[in-house]
Design a protein around this ligand. Structure first.
Ligand SMILES: Cc1cc2nc3c(=O)[nH]c(=O)nc-3n(C[C@H](O)[C@H](O)[C@H](O)COP(=O)(O)OP(=O)(O)OC[C@H]3O[C@@H](n4cnc5c(N)ncnc54)[C@H](O)[C@@H]3O)c2cc1C
Length: 351
């Protein structure tokens, strides 16, 4: 059986932050990820050369209000740029036809060059290759005399001194058998929504940001949809793009029908050129069984986590360290970094 000091389940930003910090302190860390890629809710749309074109998960950070984000951007030497917002927005569903309107509300909002994915890749690059296991879904955690035993979907086992559960809490409660975990812990996990897990995003690529020629910001606020809000998503390297959140419930999201409706909406609001994107990509997070449970379809925001989610369990060997366990911006990137960091500190203080 494979053995490790610390096993981290989930290679999202929180799990990788924790791994990065523990590895830097010389601990033997193994990160186990069920998907075939790292990042979890953070994902880039890439071109055929692997270059990041757009964000399919999160986009924005607010460094003036998010000290943990600001510190990590500095530590990983990642640059940011302002969310483009110059020009008028278009609002639709408030008048018989879409109208131009100034829309405030994006001050302090910035994007990371290369997207939040650049943060994930930088975290992982500092780990030895053998520390990262992809395509390995953990299905069970059992107590043993001197640690915990993890079992994966193929029945292979890993013995770990300590385990960090860095998966969405509802996913872990549904998919990972934890016979020794307190019932109250499992109940608190089930009660914690995974932020944005039920959302879907559409990214439209263009040859140029033509909306700027008309003094339009690319921003749309719509009561009609299918996109409820749209933003300029052009990259720092010059790839012109818009992105929008899809306002339909998961059961009503048929990608083929959606693409036609999105083209029509964009043409309505930003002119005929907007209805002819070079490419539309729809990322429906509600269809990702490693992120979203049916309970997340209503889009609820997590509350500040109760103490039971922030304490270690199973004789101090099981830590929960996903964004929703953070008391700083639970559910956000700031929360993921904080959760990874707080968990690493808790482990180091007892090591
Ligand atoms: C569409 C969208 C837009 C968002 N916008 C923003 C934004 O603009 N700004 C912001 O701050 N935040 C935003 N967020 C939230 C942000 O993405 C998350 O807070 C952050 O990425 C969470 O990281 P995490 O590591 O805590 O969890 P996750 O990213 O959920 O990582 C959990 C990992 O666990 C893995 N896993 C699950 N089950 C198992 C198992 N059994 N075995 C092994 N591995 C498993 C998953 O595959 C995943 O890789 C957005 C999220 C989405 C989806």
């Amino acid at each position: 059986m494979q053995t490790t000091d610390i096993a981290i389940i989930g290679a999202g930003l929180a799990g990788l932050t924790c791994a990065h910090l523990l590895h830097a302190q010389g601990l033997d860390v193994t990160v186990i990820e069920a998907a075939d890629r790292i990042g979890g809710r953070i994902r880039s749309l890439r071109d055929t050369d692997g270059k990041a074109l757009a964000d399919l998960g999160p986009t924005w950070v607010w460094p003036p209000h998010q000290p943990v984000v600001a510190r990590w951007l500095d530590r990983l030497d990642l640059a940011t740029f302002a969310q483009a917002n110059e020009g008028d927005a278009v609002i639709e569903g408030y008048h018989p036809a879409p109208v131009r309107a100034p829309l405030p509300g994006q001050d302090g909002m910035v994007r990371i060059q290369g997207g939040p994915d650049a943060m994930v890749q930088a975290m992982a690059a500092a780990l030895p290759g053998a520390a990262l296991h992809l395509n390995r879904r953990i299905t069970r955690i059992d107590s043993a005399i001197d640690g915990l035993i993890l079992t994966d979907a193929k029945g292979k086992q890993i013995s770990a001194g300590r385990v960090v559960l860095a998966t969405p809490l509802r996913i872990a409660a549904a998919d990972i058998a934890m016979p020794d975990a307190p019932a109250a812990l499992l109940q608190a996990m089930r009660a914690t929504p995974t932020w944005m897990a039920g959302q879907a995003k559409a990214v439209m690529l263009y040859d140029r940001p033509f909306w700027r020629d008309m003094y339009l910001s690319g921003r749309i606020a719509s009561r009609i949809g299918p996109l409820t809000e749209v933003h300029d998503h052009s990259s720092a390297r010059g790839q012109a793009a818009l992105f929008g959140f899809i306002g339909l419930p998961p059961a009503a999201r048929d990608p083929a029908l959606l693409k036609a409706a999105i083209r029509a909406q964009l043409a309505r609001c930003l002119g005929p050129e907007a209805g002819q994107p070079r490419d539309i990509t729809i990322q429906d997070w509600a269809r990702d069984p490693l992120i979203c449970t049916p309970a997340d379809h209503n889009g609820a925001h997590p509350d500040l986590p109760p103490a039971i989610l922030r304490q270690p369990h199973l004789d101090g060997r099981l830590h929960l360290g996903v964004s929703e366990t953070s008391t700083r911006s639970p559910g956000l990137i700031e929360g993921a970094l904080d959760a990874g960091q707080t968990t690493a500190e808790a482990i180091l203080s007892r090591h």
